[in-house]
Design a binder for this molecule. Sequence first.
Ligand SMILES: [Zn+2]
Length: 560
Amino acid sequence: MKINCWILVLIPMICVLGAWAQTKPSANLIITNAKVWTVDKAHPTAEAVAVLGDRIVAVGSKAEVDAWRSPQTTVIDAGGKLLLPGFNDSHVHFVSGGLQLDSLQLNDVTSPAEFARRVGERAKGASKGEWITGGDWDETKWNPAQLPTKELIDPVTPETPVFLSRYDGHMALANSVVLHLAGITAKTPDPPGGTLVRDAQGNPTGALKDAAMDYVYKVIPPLSHERIVKAVRRALAHAASLGVTSVQNMNPDYADIAVYAELWERGELTTRIYAAPLITQVDDQVKIGVRHAFGDSFLRIGALKGYADGSLGSRTAYFFDGFDDQPSNHGLLSDEMQPLSLMRNRMMKADQAGLQLCTHAIGDQAISIILDLYGEVVKAHGDADRRFRIEHAQHMAAKDFDRFAQLHVIASMQPYHAIDDGRWAEARIGHDRASRTYAFRTFLNHGVRLAFGTDWDVAPLNPMLTVYAAVTRATLDGKNPNGWFPEQKLTVAETVEAYTMGSAYAEFQENEKGSITPGKLADLVLLSEDIFSIAPTKIRDAKVVKTIVGGKIVWDAAKQ
Ligand SMILES: [Zn+2]
C-alpha cells in the first residue's frame, strides 16, 4: 500500500523534472557587452550577466550568458561600460538623509551674513510653530572661522524655533526661542559628555556640543509618520540614483524601522536596509530574541550602534594626548561611556543575545577603550563569529592595529571624511597622529577588514566621491593634489571591494551579496565611466547609468 502511494507521487515528479531538464528556465534579464568587474576572486572579470528572478544565474562570456536568453528576456546592451556589484554603504543615517534632501542647507555658506540671510528666508516661509532644522553648517569654510551664535539669527527668527546642526552632527546652534523652550540659561550646567558654548559673561551662545544637544532633543516635537515616509521615499530614490543598493542604517528610531517595514510590505523598498538602533535600547532586542542580521534580504535588524566619543571637528573625539592647539583638552567620552561599566554591561548583554556591536569611536583613546571592551566580551563569552565593528576608526594609536586584527574587528570607514577633515586635521592633532588618520592601507596591511560607506547625511551618499577620496586622498581644499598621507591611498579595486564585499561581510551577508557571482542577489550598477582606467581625479564625475536591485531596474539615467 505504502509503496503504491509512493509510485503515484514519484512518477509525476520525475515527469516534471524531466521536462525541466529539457526546457531550462530562461533569464528575465541579461546585461551583455559589459565590462564586468565581479569582486569575485575566482572570476574577476566577465562580459555578461544573466538574472533569474532576483538572483544572478550566470556570469561569463557573451556566448555563455546568451544560452540563458529567450524571447521573454529583457536584454541590456551595456555598450562596453563598467558593471559592478551594487554599492553597500556600511554607515548611513537614512531618514536624516531623506529629511536633509528637503531641509535648509547651509553647508556651502561661507560667511555669517549669508548664514543669517538664508535662515531668515526660510523662517519667512515657515508656518507658525514649525521648527527650522537641517543646517550642516561648517564654520571652517568661513573667514575667519568662528562658531555661529544665536545673536546672528535671533533678529530674523523672533518667533520661529531654529535648531541647526553642524555638518558632523556633533554640534548644533539653537536660537533664543529654542533655548527658552529647552529651559537653557546661564545657570544650566554642562551635562556629562556635552558642552554649552558660552560667551565671556558665561551666557550660552546657542552652540551646543554633543550631549548638550539632548536638552533640545527633549523638546523637539517628534516627526509625524507621514514626514518619515516622505523622507524614506526620497532617500530610497536618492540611493537608487547613485547605485547604492544596500545601506546599513546607524541609530534609526523605531518609528523609522516601522516605516521601512511598511514600505517593505508594499514592495516599495528599492534599497536593502540593515538597521542598527542605539545600544541604549539593547533590552528591547534582547527581549524579542532576534540575533544579528535577522530578517529578509530587504530588511534586517540585530545590530546595535553605540557611541564612544564625539568628533574631531567638534573637538570631542577622545584622545590619549590633548589637541595640539588646545593641550589641556583631550576630548570627551560619550555619556554612554560614563561610567565605562554602563557600556560594558550593555555590550555583554547584547553579545550574550547574539546581537552585533557597531561602536562609533574616533579618537585614539576612544578606539583603544572599545577594543578593551570587545576583548572583555570575548574573554567572558568565548570565541564566536561576532563581526565586531568600530565605526569611523579614525585616529589610531600605533599600538592598536594588531589588537584590531586579533579581535577580528571590522573597520567601518568613510573615506570622504578623510578628504574633508584632512583640510584642517593636522593643525589639531599634529603630524604623528595625522599619519594614522583614516589609515586604510595600514589596516589592510594588518589584515583588518574594511567596510566602506559615507556616514550620509554627514557626507554625500555618492559612492563616486568615496572611491575618489580613497584613491586620491586629495583634500577638498585642493592643497594635497597627490594625496594627504598618500601612503594610505588604496587602489580602485581595493576600494570597490571594501564598498561591496567588505560591507556585505560587515552585515553577515557575504554569501548573499557583495560580488557578481551566480546564486547571489542581482544587485548591480552600470557606470558611465570605467573608473579603473580613467584618471583618478575624474572618478568623482562618473555617473550611474542603471541601478538594478534584485533583478529589477530601479534607476535608469535614460529615463530621467
Ligand atoms: Zn554616523
